[in-house]
Design a protein around this ligand. Structure first.
Ligand code: FAD
Length: 821
């Protein structure tokens, strides 16, 4: 009976913890267990009294809030205040910026899959689709990377075209003269341009990202909006945004650029203004900008604005023809031809009205930047990097089929297959994340943590895809020229890695550091309570958050263990989820609970030190990120109508991501500073060992095949990219060569077999074909087919060569002129 009693008590504990039972349920349960114990065991009166009083105290603490606060929560609040790491205003602005979206669900331990599947499918309006098929297609036609190389710029024609057609004002609402496009449409345009021309992509990306338009829309005065937005939308102004200083890159809040509030003369009148000194570098579009968005620290030593001397980071809009503004010089970022350069000014007087939002917004610059960063960062780099990968996958897949060595298309060698597999599956997942994030922005979210996740993971995966593409192409990828479709993307990858939050910093500090505070259901509430000056309010709010947090941690510990022991087979998933993906949803639920538990343990064990333990923080961030990528991939599969033919892409991408997430868990646990805690964590999170292994070679083979032959899957995988019509340039030619090679393969096989059997003879393929026709084995049409395949193959495997002085510009000029014509 005693054993039965013990087992029942343990089962009750696990059940209540698993179900996250409320305090009164725990009280009833503990009461029942104690009553059962008293009836089973012959207790002395003293022991009975001790049990009774113990229960009364337990019940009182759990259920009588004032008592609980007095005895437990308030003392803990005092400790928490002491150990909580200090937070500067700029850190607080960064943490508070933006919204929590699907990342919050992943932190919850119980993601709502119904909610995920209820997010709308990404869609374009008829007008947006027409812009992609019309203006964007045309811009791609007239601007390609090699053409820009000749003149170190887009052609004047391409520049005029993108200004006239509104490319610079996609995010500006129609009422202000912009296109008013959805985030998804904006993303589709940037992605398509990136499959063709990096200069056009970046020139369009910046004004539609953190360029002043976004800041003006949210914080500008009505007068500023009415003046600047229509001009920006029509391309009458070229904007840039200057934050980075030689002494402050990643730590941008530390910019030494400064302005001092003072009186001065403006348009003949004495006005209140500021004298600004700045030295900026790396500013995209800066050398040709007409409107400079400028960030600097503002000081008011003479108290002309109020009591505060150090007002804080301020953003202003400065016309670049204003006396004292220096622009024009260029950097040369890895051979990229978009405009990028320094700008500077010393003691330049400007009126306070130039502050974005007017004088009232002086000192609010950092908060403004952080709040606006999420939307731009969610779109620009993820879209352009998916574009690069689409080009890499489509064109390299075709090349791998057309290029033969050892009498075999190289795409059929297992070694190449491995690289093709990574490329295809990575792209499937990257594009899924891009699409889902754009949908989030269109739903009104400004997901700061998710924007960091997609920025980091899409650019890193693109780096991998492009590297794989380069390896597959061999020398073809290395020799630059109009026939090289990958080399310039390869050169420019580090730019994506560095801008909008350099990747090492983003992974090590931002994703988990910000996520753990922002997305966790209780941590921010506890921190805010600890900072609350009203003692009573602080006590109430901390108590509420603390006990919720304890229940949350307990339930995630028990759920992790139980799901680990049972393989999470019986976890409920979304009603509408594809049955073939059921296990993935179940495993993700398990990982989410494990992650939530590991996060809580880490915060308790490492406290403020977690911020300095960047390697652990990076791995925790990887787990969160990989769960986001897998969610987006499962959602994409549903959105696209559960395409069975695409299942290998999904399976490989998800297995690989889950395997990597599992390794990240292991990386955290095995490097835990406390060995006993590490031991306990491993037993709790992986009680039966680690379930995921690498995706199989057979699955990889199925993925690789999708890349080397035309199919609906290949079209879906690379949808939205620019495909030149006809055979005038290398990507169009590769498409034709792929079709021709596949059509010719059975004919060539027939000839080879006939040759082996001694029915025909010939030194060259052409001689063999001639003999085949003569022997009646081949029709004239078949002979023409293999001749065409051979011609196209020959054309696509060739690389460019130049005069001895490498007069690249001379060689390229006809192409540039052709574009203008
Ligand atoms: C082509 C190009 C275009 C750009 N466009 C603009 C623009 O339009 N406007 C603008 O204002 N700026 C722009 N930038 C600047 C860009 O945002 C910065 O380059 C970026 O913030 C990184 O700063 P940094 O280059 O000075 O590197 P650093 O800050 O010196 O960083 C060097 C390395 O240290 C790492 N690191 C730094 N701190 C940490 C940490 N705490 N933990 C771990 N690792 C860390 C970084 O990840 C990086 O790998 C551009 C840069 C380039 C190259």
């Amino acid at each position: 009976m005693i054993w039965l009693f013990l087992l029942a008590s343990i089962a009750a504990f696990f059940t209540l913890a698993y179900l996250e039972a409320r305090a009164w349920v725990w009280t009833l349960a503990v009461g029942a267990v104690l009553a059962a114990l008293a009836s089973l065991v012959d207790l002395s009166p003293l022991a009975t009294n001790a049990l009774l009083w113990g229960f009364v105290v337990f019940a009182a603490i759990l259920n009588v809030k004032p008592l609980r606060r007095l005895l437990i929560s308030d003392p803990l609040l005092r400790v928490f205040r002491k150990v909580m790491p200090p937070m500067s205003q700029t850190e607080a602005d960064a943490i508070n910026a933006g919204t929590v979206w699907w990342d919050g669900e992943l932190f919850s331990g119980r993601p709502s899959w119904d909610e995920l599947l209820s997010f709308p499918r990404p869609r374009l309006s008829a007008e947006e689709q027409a812009f992609l098929d019309g203006e964007t297609e045309e811009l791609c036609r007239i601007a390609d990377d090699w053409d820009t190389y000749a003149i170190n710029d887009l052609s004047p024609h391409a520049w005029q075209y993108l200004k006239d057609k509104g490319f610079l004002g996609m995010i500006i609402p129609k009422e202000y003269g912009g296109k008013g496009f959805s985030a998804y449409a904006h993303s589709q345009v940037v992605m398509k341009l990136a499959t063709r021309c990096s200069a056009a992509t970046v020139s369009v990306m910046v004004p539609n990202s953190l360029g002043p338009a976004e800041l003006l829309l949210h914080y500008g005065t009505e007068q500023q909006k009415r003046h600047y937005l229509p001009r920006l939308g029509k391309g009458l102004e070229i904007p840039c945004f200057a934050l980075t200083n030689p002494h402050a890159g990643s730590d941008a809040a530390a910019i030494p650029d400064h302005g001092v509030v003072c009186k001065g003369t403006w348009e003949g009148n004495e006005v209140l203004g500021m004298r600004v000194t700045w030295d900026k570098r790396y500013i995209t579009l800066g050398p040709i900008a007409t409107l400079l968005g400028l960030a600097f620290g503002l000081y008011d030593p003479d108290h002309l604005l109020g009591d505060k001397e150090d007002i804080g980071i301020t953003c202003a809009l400065v016309p670049t023809n204003h006396p004292g503004v220096h622009i024009g010089r260029r950097h040369f970022p890895l051979n990229a031809t978009f405009h990028n350069g320094p700008n500077w000014g010393k003691d330049v007087f400007m009126p306070l009205d130039w502050i974005i939002g007017g004088p009232a917004m002086a000192g609010q610059g950092w908060r403004m930047l952080m709040e606006c960063l999420a939307a731009g960062r969610s779109i620009s780099l993820p879209s352009s990097n998916v574009g690069m990968s689409k080009l890499a996958v489509r064109a390299t897949g075709a090349y791998a089929r057309v290029r033969s060595q050892f009498k075999t298309p190289i795409g059929k060698f297992e070694g190449i297959e491995e690289a093709l597999t990574r490329m295809g599956a990575n792209l499937y997942m990257m594009d899924a994340a891009r699409r889902m994030t754009a949908v989030g922005i269109d739903l009104g979210e400004k997901p700061s943590v998710i924007s960091a996740i997609v920025k980091y993971h899409v650019t890193e995966r693109n780096r991998r895809v492009v590297n794989d593409a380069m390896d597959i192409q061999g020398g073809k990828g290395i020799c630059l020229g109009p026939n090289n479709f990958m080399g310039r993307a390869y050169q420019q990858i580090p730019i994506s890695i560095t801008v909008e939050g350099a990747n090492i910093l983003t992974r090590s500090l931002i994703i988990f550091g910000q996520g753990a505070i922002r997305c966790h259901p209780y941590v921010l509430r506890e921190m805010l309570a600890a900072r609350e000056p009203d003692r009573k309010k602080a006590s109430q709010e901390f108590d509420h958050a603390l006990w919720g947090h304890i229940r949350f941690t307990l339930t995630n510990a028990v759920r992790s263990l139980v799901m680990g022991l049972t393989g999470s087979h019986w976890i409920g998933v979304a009603l509408d989820a594809a049955p073939e993906n059921r296990r993935y949803f179940q495993q993700l639920t398990r990982f989410s609970a494990m992650f939530a538990f590991l996060t809580d343990v880490s915060m308790v064990v490492l406290g403020g030190g977690l911020k300095r333990r960047e390697k652990l923080s990076a791995r925790l961030g990887d787990i969160l990120s990989l769960m986001y990528l897998v969610s987006a991939t499962l959602k994409r599969y549903e959105d696209e109508g559960r395409q069975q033919a695409d299942k290998p892409l999904l399976d490989w991408a998800v297995w690989d991501a889950m395997f990597k997430a599992q390794n990240a868990f292991e990386g955290v646990i095995s490097n835990y500073p406390s060995r006993p805690v590490a031991w306990l964590l491993r037993r709790c999170l992986f009680p039966l060992g680690r379930p995921y292994v690498m995706p199989s070679d057979r699955l990889g083979h199925d993925v690789a095949r999708l890349l080397i032959e035309p199919s609906a899957s290949r079209d879906r995988l690379t949808a939205g990219m620019y495909l030149p019509k006809g055979e005038t340039d290398i990507t169009g030619k590769l498409e034709a060569a792929l079709d021709a090679a596949i059509a010719a393969e059975p004919i060539e096989r027939k000839l080879r077999e006939a040759q082996k059997a001694g029915h025909i003879a010939g030194e060259t393929a052409e001689a063999l074909a001639k003999a085949g026709v003569a022997a009646g084995m081949l029709t004239a049409e078949e002979r023409a087919q293999i001749a065409r395949a051979a011609r196209l193959r020959d054309e696509v495997i060739r690389v460019d060569d130049f005069p001895p002085d490498l007069a690249l510009a001379e060689e390229a000029r006809p192409a540039a002129q052709r574009a203008v014509a």
